[in-house]
Design a protein around this ligand. Structure first.
Ligand code: HEC
Ligand code: HEC
Ligand code: HEC
Ligand code: HEC
Ligand code: HEC
Ligand code: HEC
Length: 203
């Protein structure tokens, strides 16, 4: 009870605040004084500076542009290139072309290095095939993944993965949510590693 009472403002403080608000509304309803106008233009300048620098800063972050070609890295990566300097040109390539130099499971594999959304887009799975409304995208539920991926088949392809098959377990059977491990727009994560030491290589 006491702690609560102490956090309340004393009546005098409330009076002071009311007076201050009254004064403020009075001055703003009258003609501006010269100093006030100067202050206004200063704050406008500051505001514009903030806008411009925010714009310049955000231009460095890659953008999720639904209309960009997936192989045109620079369209969205307007800041630093995501590719090494002397990389072969990627314009017009699809995932199969990348795999010629970046074989799955090989030393130069892209697994874990390229966001899964990119892997999808380079195979013709555009933004709109996952997001119903690309102009205002919402997180995608598992049902959408299942419309293309048959879990029986997926679990069969990974049956030989050591130490255990990531797509089946005594806890969840074959029903675990894909998004627990596979993320489309950030690094995927090993959900089982909370409790087990399974050394998975997650796409
Ligand atoms: C449609 C826009 C778009 C295109 C085209 C695109 N990227 Fe990206 N990329 C992004 C975004 C946005 C991120 C941040 C993660 C996210 O939101 O998906 C990202 C993240 C990455 C990352 C993870 C590291 C980082 O910088 O965050 C790599 C690597 C990458 N992109 C490589 C590429 C390569 C290589 C290409 C061309 C073959 C490419 N991207 C084309 C938008 C794009
Ligand atoms: C002609 C062969 C070739 C093709 C085709 C190719 N790459 Fe590469 N890529 C390389 C080589 C070589 C490297 C450098 C590997 C290194 O430095 O370890 C590299 C590096 C990368 C890297 C940086 C990896 C890292 O370790 O940070 C990314 C990302 C990448 N490539 C994406 C792609 C994508 C996406 C495609 C298809 C659109 C593609 N590459 C097509 C040969 C190729
Ligand atoms: C293979 C399916 C897939 C593709 C392709 C894909 N996304 Fe996503 N997207 C997801 C999933 C799943 C999420 C939920 C969070 C996550 O995994 O990062 C998401 C989250 C998002 C979000 C955040 C939504 C929110 O409210 O949190 C945006 C924005 C978005 N995606 C835009 C795009 C755009 C634009 C593209 C194409 C350049 C794209 N996505 C391609 C599956 C996809
Ligand atoms: C419109 C169809 C479609 C949708 C929707 C879709 N995928 Fe895919 N996905 C593909 C295709 C095509 C491939 C490439 C062929 C393959 O490896 O099966 C692929 C590949 C993958 C891969 C393997 C990538 C690799 O590098 O080995 C994973 C993991 C994956 N998808 C997970 C998901 C998840 C999780 C979702 C839901 C958020 C999803 N997919 C939604 C069509 C789809
Ligand atoms: C416990 C984490 C985990 C969950 C949950 C998970 N996966 Fe995977 N997935 C993996 C790992 C690890 C691999 C890579 C296995 C390998 O080849 O080393 C993989 C690989 C894949 C592949 C590529 C298989 C291939 O080699 O052709 C597809 C497709 C895929 N997952 C789809 C899904 C879908 C769809 C769901 C949801 C129903 C899902 N995954 C849920 C961990 C997971
Ligand atoms: C919250 C902790 C937790 C998480 C997360 C978890 N497990 Fe387990 N798991 C356990 C425990 C505890 C046991 C032992 C239970 C028993 O023996 O009855 C076990 C046993 C197992 C076993 C049988 C024993 C063995 O080690 O061979 C398998 C296989 C397994 N888990 C796979 C998985 C997979 C795959 C995932 C991720 C999709 C996962 N677990 C996530 C706690 C967890």
């Amino acid at each position: 009870m006491r702690g609560e009472a102490e956090t309340l403002l004393p009546p005098t403080a409330i009076e002071e605040i009311c007076e201050f608000i009254q004064e403020e509304t009075m001055t703003s309803s009258h003609a501006y004084s010269k100093t006030r106008r100067l202050w206004m233009s200063r704050s406008l300048q500051l505001f514009m500076l903030c806008c411009v620098s925010t714009f310049m800063f955000s231009a460095q972050e890659p953008q999720r542009l639904p209309q960009a070609k997936p192989s045109d890295c620079a369209a969205c990566h307007t800041g630093n290139s995501p590719l090494p300097k002397d990389h072969a040109p990627t314009a017009g390539l699809v995932m199969a072309d990348c795999l010629a130099c970046h074989a799955r499971g090989g030393n130069n594999s892209l697994t874990g290095k390229l966001p899964l959304s990119h892997v999808h887009q380079l195979q013709g799975v555009t933004c709109g095939k996952c997001h119903d409304d690309v102009n205002s995208p919402e997180p995608v539920a598992k049902g959408k993944c299942m419309s293309c991926h048959d879990m029986e088949k997926v679990a069969a392809t990974t049956a030989g993965i050591k130490p255990v098959n990531p797509h089946t377990s005594p806890h969840y059977g074959k029903k675990s949510d894909c998004n627990l491990c596979h993320h489309q727009h950030e690094k995927s994560e090993n959900y089982c590693s909370q409790c087990h030491k399974f050394d998975f290589r997650l796409p």
